[in-house]
Design a protein around this ligand. Sequence first.
Ligand SMILES: [Zn+2]
Length: 254
Amino acid sequence: MEEKLDRILRSKKTRQIYLSDYPLIQEYLNSRFPNIDVSAVKIYVSTPKVISAAGFPEIGGCYIRHLKLILLKNKMTIGSGDFDNKFDRLLNDSVSCSADVEDVLVHELLHAVSDAAGRSLSRYEKAEEEFVYSTSLDFLLSKGMTEDDAINNNFIPFFLNSVMANRKVMSGIFVELKRARQSVSVVPTEEQFSSKRVKDFMSKYANFIVPRVIDSARQKAQEMIDRYREHGLKSLASSDNFDRSMRFSSIDFE
Ligand SMILES: [Zn+2]
């Protein structure tokens, strides 16, 4: 880990930025979390190529907890860019994710806030991400975005992963497919959710499955926002467990 990081920090394409260069973010964090100071967190920006080459595939950036350090890509990337299957290709073509560096910086700083607040949620990845997405929402709205913009530009990658990791939702889509296409006699069941088999199946029926996965992801993002609006952060602890087993490595975003 440290060696990989070293490679990024030594690159000529990497530069350090400072929270003080982003007064709007600073103001936002101070107003929401007046007792938490994340000014000691170091922030570095580099190119997607440098960061991905060092083995950090995240879409926009990451917060490295034990080093109190944030890495940001100067441009968001979805996946590796050369997808070997139709499903990933179609999915990536269908979502336009245009969050800018500032949005990703807010996201990663909120992970730092969560860390500084001692929220020991690292085991509960979904709850941690929901905390971050929910608490970033008002910042995004303050930039003139609508909730739909926030979902489509910023939140969708995480919820796509979440939907595809959700066997119940995916099974539902597969059953729907079987009902709609008489020619489909067998769909993957939970016991058969081995990655290769399901991926092949999903690629074969990508035109049917992708729009439904995206709809479902948007719906889940909206539900999170509604829960947050109604109950505040209390609601996040009760989120159901996040099953990573079906995640696609090529769309690994958080
Ligand atoms: Zn995150």
